[in-house]
Ligand binder design. Structure first.
Ligand code: BGC
Length: 397
């Protein structure tokens, strides 16, 4: 009941421009209904790489929305059954302590830290902690710092830098999610790169042996390109014992194919392990969140607004799928990335962010916003200020 009422008011606020002071004021001169481009998330083959970033799903042809949606239609998020029958297990899943997380994007995921304009500063971790986050997610491009020949040694100074950031985060009482990000070679040549991938995890597993329980491992960010879900599952089955050898109870985060899309969650072969977390990424619709992104080919046009009927349907459908999955498996869910590029006017970005964040919380999902001070920034490291509306969008009512 509470959830229904809560979501009604959240969504009325978002889609009907009702009584929500901050976002409403900023958006009053914009139409309630925007032209929408529907996005496609299923194929792994429609990708291209520009500037070392993998392009997210390509948009389908434009569809024009005729009328805004009623808030009431957006509250029933748990009715859609999963596409395939999920295996029932008797494992009791333990809770996931992460609630509010910040992605330190564009730093250690760049070919070299600093290449994409942001280096992690010690003070950033304090700023993030003080704002109210409990965890950071650390996207790491291990691939660029790992030898191509066996034993596939990770560069010692790079490993030390990652450990350093983890230690700094721990010092201010932040949890840390360490992932394997942008392993494009693996996703293009899964068989040829398998030994290298396992060697990377063997080294990470050893390096963080004995780390506090609030250090978490995410096995592979956004599998896409040529790798098939069956191959991702096979890799998961090999990596988990490697991690478990040193970390019997550490939380391990796994997601599905197609850039960790919500639709592929039910294709993951979930291990019978009480310390597994399911993740998906929410950038829906891409035509809004990724407009003007230079790494998309072709770049999607600027000026796309958000909040029409198709957008409401997309939001509803995403969380219906996630909710059905959660009910079926009992796995805790982390929305490991969500955010809007900083080319979108700030008020619109924060409107989308607030609605998504409220929806995640109302559906008992942990979240990790993308990102701190990269291309989807929340914080301006030049002026040392959170961007307007960020605190309300993430921590407000
Ligand atoms: C990528 C980033 C990108 C973000 C938004 C992340 O998964 O690693 O490079 O900026 O998605 O597209």
């Amino acid at each position: 009941m509470f959830k229904t009422l809560f979501l009604s008011s959240v969504l009325a606020c978002a889609f009907l421009a009702a009584s929500c002071s901050q976002t409403e004021q900023a958006l009053t001169d914009e139409p309630e209904v925007a032209p929408v481009e529907q996005t496609v998330t299923e194929s792994n083959t429609e990708t291209s790489v520009t500037s070392n970033k993998i392009q997210h799903p390509a948009p389908a042809p434009k569809q024009v929305i005729e009328a805004p949606v009623s808030a009431q239609t957006l509250t029933q998020f748990s009715e859609k059954p999963p596409k395939t029958q999920l295996r029932q297990t008797s494992v009791v899943r333990t809770p996931f302590p992460v609630k509010r997380c910040m992605n330190l994007g564009n730093a250690l995921e760049a070919p070299n830290e600093g290449d994409w304009g942001y280096r992690i500063r010690k003070r950033d971790l304090q700023i993030i902690k003080q704002a109210g986050f409990d965890t950071i997610r650390l996207p790491v491009r291990w691939d660029n710092h790992t030898a191509n020949r066996a034993p596939y040694q990770i560069d010692a100074s790079f490993m030390a830098r990652v450990q350093d950031v983890v230690r700094q985060a721990q010092a201010v009482d932040l949890g840390v999610i360490v992932d394997v990000h942008h392993f494009e070679k693996l996703m293009r040549q899964p068989k040829r790169q398998e030994a290298r991938f396992l060697a990377i995890w063997t080294q990470i597993s050893k390096a963080f042996k004995g780390a506090p329980a609030n250090v978490y491992f995410e096995v592979l960010n956004e599998p896409t390109l040529e790798i098939k879900m069956s191959q991702v599952n096979a890799l998961y089955a090999k990596v988990i014992p490697i991690i478990r050898a040193n970390h019997p109870k550490r939380k391990i985060i796994l997601g599905g194919n197609s850039w960790n899309s919500v639709e592929r969650l039910d294709e993951v072969r979930w291990p019978d392990d009480p310390n597994i977390i399911a993740t998906f990424h929410d950038y829906g619709p891409h035509a809004f969140t990724h407009q003007g992104a230079e790494w998309s080919e072709p770049a999607m046009p600027l000026g796309r607004l958000w909040g029409g009927r198709e957008d409401a349907d997309e939001l509803k459908s995403t969380y219906q799928i996630a909710n059905a999955f959660l009910k079926k498996t009992g796995l805790p869910i982390l929305v490991g990335e969500f955010g809007v590029i900083d080319k979108v006017p700030q008020a619109q970005r924060m409107n989308w962010t607030k609605i998504r964040r409220q929806t995640m919380e109302a559906n008992n999902m942990a979240w990790c916003v993308w990102d701190f001070s990269g291309a989807f920034k929340s914080y301006d490291a030049g002026t040392e200020q959170w961007l307007p509306g960020v605190q309300d969008a993430l921590f407000g009512p």
